[in-house]
Structures are given as C-alpha cells and as structure tokens.
Design a binder for this molecule. Structure first.
Ligand code: HEM
Ligand SMILES: [Cu+2]
Length: 577
C-alpha cells in the first residue's frame, strides 16, 4: 500500500465512532480480544456447570440435582467447554490477535468476514442458552449428540436439542469464516522475508489448525443438518427402523445411528487436535523465550504438527471400537492411532531439549507452559491404552476416558491458554499481569488439576461409567463415594485457583505495571511494535524479516536475543534461517 493510502486509512480510523472501533470493529486485534473475552465469560459458565456436576457426584442427595437435570448439565458443560471456550479462545482469540502481527501484516485478508465470524459467535451462544428457557430444558444427549437419543423427541429433551443443533451450525459457520481468513492471510500477506519456515511455531500451529477446521467442521455441519431433519423433518438418516422407548415402539423408515457416529468422529478427532495444536505452538514459543534458547528441532516441530494433523483424519474409528466394528478395521484404526504417538513424542522431546541447560525464567507463562507439557504427557499415555482395542473394550465409556481427555484436551489446552494470556497480555493491553498472583495461580492449579483428574482413572477401571448421576444406584460402585468426594473437593480448589486468574486479569487491565514494546526480550514481529500496537500494527511501514524467530543467546550478539527484523550483518544463530 502506498504511503498516502496508509495515511488516509489511519485518518479514517481516527474518525470512526465508538461503535465501529470497539463493537463492530474490523480490526483483527479488537476481534481477537472480543473472542477471548467472550470465551472467558463462557468458561465461567462452563466451570459453574462443572461445579454442579461435582456437587452431584460427591453429595447426590444434598446437591438438589436430579438425574434428568444432571444429563442436561453434563451436555451443556461439555458443549460449552469444547466448542465455546477452547475452540473459540484458541483460534478465535489468539488466532485473530496473533496471526497478522506475527507474519507482519496490517490486518487479516478479509476484515469484514472476520467481523462477521465474531458476531456469529454470540448469536450461537444466545441460541444455545435459550434451551434453558424452553419446555423440556437443555438437551441431554451429551456433547456428541448421538442418535437415536438426540433424534427422537420421545427420548430426549424437547426443543432444547433443536436449539443445540442450530447453535452448533451457526458456530461452525463462524469457525469456517475464521479458518478461511487465517489460511488466506498466512499464504498471501506475509511480509518481505517472512518465508513459511521463518514463521514462529504459534503461527504454524494456528495455520495447520485452520486447515484442519476447514476440512473437518463441514462434516459436522452436514451431520447436524441431517440430524435436524431427522428430528424435525421426518427423515430417518440416523434412525433405526424400530426402537422401543419407555415400552412404546417407535418406527421409522430405517437409517443407521452408526453413520452419525462416523460423521461425528470424522470431525471429532481432528477437533481435539484443533484444540491442542495452537496451544502446542504457543507453548513452543513461550518455552524458547523463557529458556533464552532457540527452539530445539524447529523443522521437526513443523513437520510433526503437519503429520499429527494428517493422521488425525485417519483415526476416528478409535472412538467406536465397541460399536461392532470388524476386528480387522479395529486393528487398522489401532495402528493409525498409535502412530500419532511418534510425532507427539518428538514434540515432547524437543520441548525438554529446549529447556535443557537454558537460563530458565520462571514467569507465570513459563510455569503454565511446563504444566502443559506435563499434562499432555499424562493424558497422552492413557491414549495409548485406549487406542488398543483389547484394552479399550474394558474401559470404554468409563471414567478412564473422562480422565484421559480431561488431561490431554481439557487441562492441557486450558494451561496453554493461560500461558498465552500471561505472555501476550502486555501486547494486548499495554500492561503486565501481576506475576506473583500468576505464580500462586499456577502452584494451586497444577496440583489441584492432578488431584481432580488422576483418581478418575481408578474409578474408570473399577467400572464407573460416564454420565451417571450417582454411584449410589449400583452396589459395586458404592465404594467409590469417598473417591468422588475427594475429586469434588479438588475440583472446587481448582475452580478457586482459576478465579484468582480472573481477578488478576481484571485488576491488571487497570492497575498492572505498564509494559514497554518488548517486555520479555522476544524476537518475533509482534514484539517489535508498540504495546498495544497501532491500528495498522506497524505504523505505516510493514517490517522486513531477515531471520527465524529463535535467535536467542546467539554467540557474539550484544543482547541475548536478536529480533527477526535485524539485518543479516548481525550474528545469525543458525546459518540460513
Ligand atoms: C497419543 C495421542 C492420543 C491417543 C492415542 C488417543 C486415544 C484415544 C482413544 C482410543 C479414545 C477413545 C476412548 C473410548 O471412548 O473408549 C480417546 C478419547 C478421547 N480423546 Fe484421545 N487420544 C490421544 C490424544 C488426544 C488429544 C491430544 C486430545 C485432545 C486434545 C484427545 C481427546 C480425546 C477426547 C475428547 C476423547 C473422548 C471423546 C468422548 O468420547 O467424549 N485425545 N482418545
Ligand atoms: Cu480420537
């Protein structure tokens, strides 16, 4: 863009009304913060539901929860956490805020589409929450919405399930708009010198995630629309010819509920990686920055993100081992599933090698990034057990699975988000978060997270199934009451720790220590502009890139980091980067 045009653009921006600047903004930074703030609100809601679940499992009579309301609570908790908190915060929040800044662009490729993407999100929230106010209340079929339960009004809740499906369809559109934008922006708008293999791993994680979203979410969209037809339009894509509900036979022209499971998990498994790859990228950058060392094995990191993404399309059947699948097919899905352990292990090895003999700085973001690695490993190990059909049969649909995915997805991704917020808060708001409170948050949250989710493995091996309201209905589970009460108390402590984070966030917005442009001594482009950055990110002229993003502690350099904008004459850490 010629200078005159830029000036004119900036001038126009200054004239924009409050509404166009902060509410219906097309600035990727504002949209990123809007996504983040909204997802934090949803996290409070999803967290409150989690506390209700734990209250019911610990003290069923005293909690006031009924079996029917319990199922609604579990469904809303899972749906909110997976789609409305983790997906929205990672791709909507960090994706928007960071991608243009890290690749040296002035904004996204399609700013209007970006604004539309954000505004679909609160609309989908409104539709979802409306299910609390309709006859029959919220849906009860879980975050996976398996038919026939979700397809038959006789079996589940009423309008609530329809609202759930509509809400998800709207949210998927929002995510599709976002992914299209991110992919185009990364492919087309990188600044001079920013080759793909010079991009920070955060941008790589977000880039590959966008490709995953674009290829997998449409499948769920199709499944949701077909399910909507089954439920409200008289079709029977997923309805068996005959089911008996409460002693009454319900007939349909005959479809296949298993078809839905295939469609769901064809999205569902990539979705779990949609929630972990951006966190992996951010954690890589935060570890390198706080160890003052280049990331170990950059190319291997990029490659393993890509391989994980590719394999994630070939493993969905591991969610369906017990659905009557042919043993040979089960073996095939086992093989692809266990293959994912290889790139995952490469990443873990590289993170540890990055820390090895670094000058470690234990900032809150560093602690949460290390916590992420720990939680990912703990959850990944049980993934290997679940990926083997012979072992899976025994623990499928028990609390063992709940433990697995709360470690690997729930907690690890959440820790990645915390690390990201502590790290990029100064860039977003021009102030730092309180470090002491941040460290306290971590040192309560990590042990509480382990205390909450680790014992669930034992409950699962003992046969406690998912989504049951109380262990008291089954003699063989009665012995698990103590364990469940322990878990509930740990969960309350964990919830309280995260409240500390919220207090810190809000307090720091006003009273946090003022941050300069580059408070962490970081190399990537977003740190080479003011905090917060101006409307066009780089004051008219986009920066030129001369090296990769990991020149930390380069021998012979004046400082212990060399920004990506520094010309070649300065020492280069790894030649050719
Ligand atoms: C080494 C990597 C992994 C392996 C081998 C693995 C394997 C499995 C298997 C076999 C199941 C099905 C268990 C059953 O229902 O009987 C499962 C469930 C699950 N996994 Fe993983 N997993 C891995 C990593 C991940 C990651 C990275 C995430 C998320 C970020 C994740 C999230 C989930 C979720 C959400 C479920 C349960 C879904 C449900 O039934 O509601 N997994 N995993
Ligand atoms: Cu999976």
């Amino acid at each position: 863009m010629p200078m005159a045009v830029v000036q004119e653009h900036l001038h126009q921006e200054q004239r924009l009304s409050f509404w166009r600047r902060y509410v219906f903004s097309m600035d990727h930074k504002v949209i990123g913060i809007q996504y983040l703030a909204t997802s934090m609100g949803m996290a409070v809601l999803g967290g409150t539901l989690a506390m209700i679940i734990r209250l019911a499992l610990g003290w069923p009579e005293a909690s006031g929860v009924t079996p029917a309301s319990y199922l609604g609570t579990v469904t809303m908790h899972g749906t909110i956490m997976v789609f409305f908190v983790l997906s929205a915060a990672l791709t909507g929040g960090f994706g928007n805020f960071l991608i243009p800044l890290q690749i040296g662009a002035r904004d996204m490729a399609y700013p209007f589409l970006n604004m539309a993407s954000y505004w679909l999100y609160p609309i989908s929230i409104a539709v979802l929450l409306a299910s609390y106010f309709v006859p029959g209340g919220p849906p009860i079929s879980g975050w996976t919405a398996y038919p026939p339960l979700s397809a038959l009004a006789q079996a589940g809740s009423g309008v609530g399930q329809v609202l759930w499906l509509v809400s998800l369809a709207i949210l998927i559109l929002a995510f599709l708009f976002g992914s299209l934008n991110y992919i185009t922006t990364i492919l087309q708008l990188r600044t001079r010198g920013m080759s793909l293999l010079r991009m920070p791993l955060t941008s790589w994680g977000l880039f590959i995630t966008s490709i995953l979203s674009l290829l997998s979410f449409p499948v769920l969209l199709a499944a949701a629309i077909m399910l909507l037809f089954d439920r409200a339009g008289g079709t029977s894509f997923f309805l068996p010819a005959s089911v008996v509900i409460n002693g009454v036979q319900v007939t349909a022209s005959g479809g296949d509920p298993l078809l839905y499971q295939h469609l769901f998990w064809f999205l569902g498994h990539p979705e779990v990686y949609i929630l972990i790859l951006p966190a992996m990228g951010m954690v890589s950058d935060i570890l390198a920055n706080n160890a003052r060392k280049p990331i170990f094995g950059y190319r291997a990191m990029v490659l393993s993100i890509a391989v994980i993404a590719f394999l994630s399309f070939l493993v969905w059947g591991h969610h369906m081992f017990v659905s009557g699948m042919h043993p040979l097919l089960g073996t095939a899905f086992m093989t692809t599933t266990l293959f994912i352990a290889i790139p995952s292990a490469i990443k873990v090895f590289n993170w540890l090698a990055t820390l090895w003999r670094g000058k470690l700085r234990f900032t809150p973001q560093m602690l949460f990034a290390i916590g992420f690695v720990s939680l990912f490993v703990t959850g990944g190990l049980t993934g290997m057990i679940l990926g083997s059909p012979a072992l899976n049969m025994y623990v499928h649909d028990t609390y063992f699975v709940v433990a697995h995915f709360h470690f690997v997805m729930g907690s690890a991704s959440l820790f990645g988000i915390f690390a990201g917020i502590y790290h990029w808060f100064p860039k977003m708001f021009g102030r730092k978060m309180n470090e002491r409170l941040g460290r306290l948050h971590f040192w309560i949250a990590l042990p509480a997270t382990y205390a909450t989710f680790f014992p669930m493995h034992f409950a699962g091996i003992g046969g406690m199934m998912r989504r049951i309201f109380s262990t008291q209905f089954y003699d063989y589970l009665a012995g698990f009451q103590g364990l469940n009460q322990f878990v509930s108390v740990a969960a309350f402590v964990m919830g309280a720790a995260h409240m500390l984070f919220l207090v810190n966030f809000v307090w720091s917005l006003r009273y946090g220590e003022r941050a300069e442009a580059n408070p962490w001594g970081a190399t990537s482009l977003e740190w080479q502009t003011s905090s917060p950055p101006p409307h066009d990110n780089f004051e008219g002229e986009t920066p030129e890139v001369h090296r990769w993003a990991y020149d930390y502690s380069v021998p012979g350099a004046d400082d212990d980091f060399v920004p990506q904008t520094e010309p070649e004459a300065a020492p280069v850490g790894v030649p050719g980067r």
